[in-house]
Design a protein around this ligand. Structure first.
Ligand SMILES: Cc1ncc(C[n+]2csc(CCOP(=O)(O)OP(=O)(O)O)c2C)c(N)n1
Length: 373
């Protein structure tokens, strides 16, 4: 390869030096719009605003349900709505999404029933919706395994001659897992149509980014594998949507995978069971509060005359109705059969599994007898 074409190849992979941004924290447009990206239409931005209002209300309601004991655990994504809504709006309904436990708002945005989204976190079943019908994989709890699954699905679609894209949602901490690196390498070699979307929310439970990586940005991790990479202001919906739409188009056109790192912040604790005050100070949280993605988009659209009081009221009313419906339906007890636990582990249960099932069945029968006495 000549030095000239080598330089071009490297430049084609490199992320911009600072995160791509269209809208400043106060809602005003940045003076020099980022080159190479198209701004989403006003209609799309209005829809994104509505989805972000719904997503935030869903999130605060789910957190409240943990306090009432109706939900076993909830990893909030408050503050990450621009990432979660932007990711889904950048995809077609027939593209695949590979989410983590923190991506419930993305799933609600995808149109999945909020009660079904919470099935895993309620502890009832591993997945409450139909992954094949929704093209959303079950929310992944082991870190980074979904990145390989997304790559495999993207490659399978390509081999079938379909033009679908798979998007893996992943946290900053999970980029230290081997699976992340294997997936990037594999995807780049195969030119699989997959987008790796890292939501860098600055902490992996209590581990800050600086103790996770020495890379100048997580986006640079793509270059070594030959994966085109970009970084974006994750609290600017306009930028997230513009960058992800571009990444999806790149993958769909057969040009290979893209890694996008969004710089955002987890406003709440890791989950309701975690005390974030033990590892980060209030000042930092307050600073990020000023960068809130929802109020930023609202201010931006209002300044452009694209959002009225009637629009914001309508969105909030719709969000209240969603929360009320969620409360009502989550207030009914589910009646799960403990033996169902063994149903879908293997197509053919192993002898050990059969033995465990029999053991549990005997214990349940004994408990039932004791209760009758
Ligand atoms: C393979 C694996 N190792 C460890 C854990 C325990 N664990 C759960 S969440 C978490 C932190 C993840 O942080 P990050 O990837 O930044 O995602 P975030 O929760 O911030 O969205 C860890 C270490 C796990 N779930 N899976």
């Amino acid at each position: 390869m000549s030095v000239k074409s080598l330089r071009q190849t490297v430049q084609g992979l490199l992320p911009s030096l600072t995160p791509v941004r269209f809208v400043a924290e106060d809602g005003t447009a940045v003076s020099k719009p980022p080159a190479g990206y198209s701004e989403p239409s006003v209609e799309v931005l209005r829809e994104a605003y509505r989805r972000m209002v719904l997503g935030r209300r869903f999130d605060t309601q789910a957190t409240a349900l943990t306090k009432q004991g109706r939900l076993a655990v909830y990893p909030s994504s408050r503050g990450q709505e621009a990432c979660q809504v932007g990711a889904v709006l950048a995809l077609r309904p027939d593209d695949w999404v590979f989410p983590t436990y923190r991506d419930s708002v993305a799933l609600v945005t995808r149109g999945i029933d909020p009660v079904e989204v919470l099935t895993l976190l309620r502890g009832d079943w591993h997945c409450g919706y139909d992954p094949a019908a929704t093209r959303v994989a079950p929310q992944c709890t082991p870190l980074a395994t979904q990145v390989l699954h997304a790559t495999g699905m993207a490659e399978a679609q390509r081999r079938k001659g379909e033009d679908g894209v798979a998007m893996a949602l992943i946290g900053d901490g999970a980029t230290s897992e081997g699976d992340f690196h294997e997936a990037l390498n594999f995807a780049a070699v195969l030119r699989a149509p997959v987008v790796f979307f890292v939501q860098n929310n600055k902490y992996a439970i209590s581990v800050p980014l600086a103790r996770q990586t020495a890379a100048p940005a997580l986006a640079y991790k793509g270059i070594g594998y030959g994966v085109r990479s970009e970084q974006v202001d994750g609290n600017d919906l306009v930028a997230v949507l513009a960058v992800l739409t571009d990444a999806v188009a790149h993958a769909r056109a057969g040009h290979g995978p893209v890694l996008v790192e969004a710089h955002t912040y987890r406003m709440d604790a890791h989950t309701n069971a975690d005390d974030a005050t033990r590892y980060r100070d209030a000042e930092e949280v307050e600073r990020w509060g000023a960068a809130d993605p929802l109020s930023r988009l609202e201010a931006h659209l209002r300044a452009r005359g694209a959002l009225t009081d009637a629009d914001t009221t309508a969105a909030r009313e719709e969000a209240e109705a969603l929360a009320a419906d969620l409360r009502t339906r989550m207030n009914t007890d589910t009646t799960a059969d403990p033996l169902e636990l063994f149903d879908h582990v293997y197509a053919e249960p192993t002898p050990q599994l059969r033995e465990q099932r029999a053991q549990l069945a005997a214990e349940l029968a004994e408990t039932a007898l004791t209760q009758e006495d």
